[in-house]
Write a protein that binds this ligand. Structure first.
Ligand code: SF4
Ligand code: SF4
Length: 156
């Protein structure tokens, strides 16, 4: 199985034609899972120079150059982020996925096994709609190459 070991020395990528994080949740100034009104989809932000700081600061793992080129968010319909500082230590990351493409994640990720420097396989908690309670877990070691749908608060 192909293994991609996370490199902390990386080359940042340009977002290019991707704007996916302008739709899926990450800000407090727009509805979750709805395009930001300032987004010109496929072309970028209409208020780029004055965009909020949260937008300037945001970088998904693809942008950071920490996952394969073929996982470009607007191509696969999801992006991966460390939700908090402990994500790196816990090897638990968050995926924000388009609702209609969440079931494609195992297919897209099937031959990718991101691991930390100790060899632990990353686990992903997936958001896939505007209901914060609806989650899917992608944990290859426990559930194989399948998503496990759960409610927030269920024992994982
Ligand atoms: S999802 Fe990632 S690659 Fe796409 S626009 Fe946002 S930061 Fe850039
Ligand atoms: S302000 Fe611009 S960068 Fe920020 S979410 Fe809206 S379109 Fe995207």
């Amino acid at each position: 199985m192909f293994k991609e070991v996370v490199q902390h020395a990386r080359t940042e990528r340009d977002c290019g034609d991707c704007s996916l994080c302008c739709k899926l949740p990450r800000t407090d100034f727009k509805e979750e899972y709805q395009w930001c009104k300032s987004c010109d989809v496929g072309n970028g932000c209409k208020i780029y120079n004055s965009r909020p700081q949260v937008c300037k600061d945001f970088k998904c793992l693809w942008k950071l150059g920490m996952c394969e080129e073929r996982l470009k968010p607007n191509k696969v319909g999801f992006y991966i982020v460390p939700e908090k500082e402990e994500s790196w230590e816990d090897a638990v990351f968050t995926i924000y996925a388009e609702t209609h493409r969440v079931d494609n994640i195992p297919k897209v990720m099937g031959d990718i096994r991101l691991v930390d420097h100790t060899g632990r396989t990353w686990i992903y908690v997936i958001r896939y709609n505007a209901d914060d309670n609806d989650l899917a877990i992608y944990d290859k070691d426990r559930f194989g190459n399948k998503l496990k749908y759960v409610k927030r608060g269920d024992i994982l």
